[in-house]
Design a protein around this ligand. Structure first.
Ligand code: PMP
Length: 361
């Protein structure tokens, strides 16, 4: 069986041993005579899988006891709306640091449901860097500051967590559990699972329990954090396949050594790519201090050469390298399940391609 090196931004590569484990269990789940995805979500088999996934989401992240962990469908996108719906009742407002596509979407989408104000906007800087702490304009009475810790499209991350005196709400989708969560600073951390944690189908939301006390309950049931917390993420039929697989990936992460090991691997792999870029001919469009460890973006001298590069990569079994359609260029996403070998193959191609196409390095 030939597996490609998959650098896609999400859905993305998952650990082979996890896929094989699921394959072995898929048709007949542990002797049940049926697949887990065919069995009742209230039955013994899935109940056990569900609670184990929740427990792993707590232990791998190191989430304190005063945080609830919620599995909610609708991806990270639904959280853009649920956050202001639940947290901004009673005329409160929140600030948003706009650092690229995903925080901009959180602002525009969330503004349908609450008063969101811009704390900083990187548009003037081409979204090529994050704000310095002093640049964030966050009033003392803001309910929270929304940040996207790693902008998946722009390829930038906050090197340090902003500490602005109001709680943070953090979209960690593209570096989920690949970086420690600053529990003292946050009220909510959320992300879609389809990058580091599993297949598409839900978001994992870490919610400080005290937030529920003042939350808006005048919402349809599925949109209320309080319902998901009270029902342990089983209010309605949950995405059983996604939860099953996410549990397996979390257990795999634990075997790798947890968040610290995942973080170190991402730092090492992204550094391999930035080293080749910095040798020249290739160009990184983002500030060196704020470069993402998960989504490495770079440019070639022309769009034509970028297309040729993508074609040659495909010929060598590397896919998903085309930059997002809104920004162009190239992007290699090196999520938790990417390997040094895969990144090594890409590095080799980058060096050879540069030598062949006129790079003088
Ligand atoms: N936030 C970030 C940082 C993302 O990268 C993405 C998806 N790529 C989203 C939000 C939206 O996530 P979803 O597709 O799970 O709704």
């Amino acid at each position: 069986m030939a597996r490609v090196w998959n650098f896609s931004a999400g859905p993305c590569t998952l650990p082979l041993e996890v896929l094989e484990e699921a394959e072995a269990e898929f048709v007949d789940y542990h002797g049940a005579g049926a697949s887990l995805i065919e069995l009742s979500h209230r039955g013994a088999e899935f109940t056990s899988v569900h609670h184990e996934a929740l427990a792993l989401a707590r232990s791998v992240a190191g989430a304190p006891d005063d945080f609830d962990i919620l599995f909610i469908q609708g991806g990270a996108t639904l959280q853009f709306a649920m956050l202001p719906m639940n947290l901004l009742a009673g005329g409160r407002f929140a600030s948003v640091s706009v650092t690229g596509s995903w925080s901009r979407l959180a602002l525009t989408d969330g503004s349908h449901h609450g008063d969101l104000r811009v704390a900083w906007d990187g548009a003037d800087h081409g979204y090529a860097r994050m704000p310095a702490p002093g640049e964030l304009d966050v009033p003392d009475d803001a309910r929270y500051l929304h940040i996207c810790s790693n902008e998946t499209i722009g390829g930038i991350r906050y090197p340090e967590w902003p500490n602005v005196g109001v709680p943070l709400v953090v979209d960690m989708s593209s570096e989920y559990l690949a970086r420690p969560i600053p529990w003292d600073l946050v009220d909510v951390v959320f992300g879609g699972v389809q990058k580091n944690l599993g297949p598409a189908g839900m978001a994992v939301v870490y919610l400080r329990r005290s937030v529920l006390a003042g939350a808006n309950d005048d919402l349809a049931a599925y949109l209320r954090y309080s319902i998901h917390a009270a029902k342990e993420s089983m209010y309605n039929t949950p995405p059983v396949f996604t939860i099953w697989m996410t549990g397996k990936v979390l257990r795999w992460m634990e075997r790798q050594g947890g968040v610290g090991a995942i973080e170190a691997a991402a730092a090492r792999r992204s550094a391999m790519l930035y080293a080749v870029i910095d040798e020249g001919w290739y160009r990184s469009p983002v500030a060196a201090s704020d470069r993402s460890h998960m989504n490495v973006v770079w440019r070639l001298p022309s769009e034509e050469l970028e297309a040729v590069f993508v074609g040659e990569a495909a010929g060598r079994g590397m896919i998903g390298l085309k930059g997002h359609r809104s920004v162009g260029g190239l992007r290699a996403s090196v999520y938790a399940a990417m390997t040094d070998e895969g990144v090594g193959a890409l590095v080799d191609l980058m060096r050879e391609f540069r030598a062949t196409h006129g790079g003088v390095v």
